[in-house]
Design a protein around this ligand. Structure first.
Ligand code: 13P
Length: 251
């Protein structure tokens, strides 16, 4: 499957940023931008916001071309899991996306590869699209373990089977490129994306979108998107600036 026949997707990950007042300004700028025209008919744009702002985001973006989602989800359906948020709750706020296994969740909250797969499965059961994030640390990168790490992280996710995987989005986010201003080069990213694509193809799910994340800016987006296996971006810092984010979507 060629890049031309796959859709494009640019997702913002606000992380733990924002306030009601700041969000109102950002969301209204996203809403009023003609994102569809900017990004082309095959590109989708969305934002993954902190849980408390889902209602505000849903209200602000309803009826626009910009979709929304959350940054984490419980693997459990419901029950005594203090502090957790279920996929059904996210669905109540008309979420389309949910991130699973962002490197910050893996690093600071001990999320294992299996836990990430469990979260992806829970999201699918509620009709959400999980955006499963994978990526190696700087030490792993420098010791040449990148592809081994990616395959290990993907294994329990791919084990959910072709039907499940076909309804996911994957994101490659090298940890050393996140928030550092040091993006992977298009060629470096493409090499990993091609390996991920090969894993997907082996499962018969080569059409799954694979996003790149890590210091994506308007200035480097076009060169990343020119790579055959990079289908879009998962954007952190630059997603908090409406104009910058929309320029990435337009790229
Ligand atoms: P930055 O774009 O700020 O590097 O963050 C990337 C990221 O972690 C998106 O999920």
């Amino acid at each position: 499957m060629t890049q031309q026949s796959r859709a494009r997707l640019v997702l913002g990950n606000w992380k733990m940023h924002g306030s009601l007042a700041q969000n109102a300004v950002l969301l209204s700028a996203l809403r009023s931008a003609n994102t569809e025209a900017d990004a082309g008919p095959h590109a989708q744009v969305g934002v993954c916001v902190p849980f408390p702002y889902l209602a505000q985001t849903a209200q602000a973006l309803q009826g626009s071309v910009v979709s929304w989602g959350a940054q984490d989800v419980s693997a459990h359906e419901q029950g005594a899991y203090t502090g957790e948020v279920s996929a059904a709750m996210l669905k109540d706020f008309a979420c389309r996306w949910v991130l699973a296994g962002h490197s910050e969740r893996r690093a600071y909250h001990g999320e294992t590869d299996q836990a990430v797969a469990d979260k992806a499965r829970a999201a699918l059961q509620s009709g959400l699209t999980p955006v499963v994030c994978v990526g190696e640390t700087l030490a792993e990168h420098e010791s040449g373990q990148t592809l081994d790490v990616i395959r290990r992280q993907l294994a329990p996710v791919l084990a959910l089977g072709a039907q499940a995987v076909a309804r996911m989005v994957l994101a490659y986010e090298p940890v050393w490129a996140i928030g550092t201003g040091r993006s992977a080069t298009p060629e470096q990213a493409q090499q990993v994306h091609a390996a991920i694509r090969a894993e997907l193809a082996a499962l018969g799910t080569a059409q799954v979108l694979v996003l790149y994340g890590g210091s994506v800016k308007a200035a480097n987006a076009a060169s990343l998107f020119a790579m055959p296996d990079i289908d879009g971006a998962l954007v952190g810092g630059a997603a908090l600036i409406a104009e910058e984010f929309l320029r990435i979507a337009a790229a």
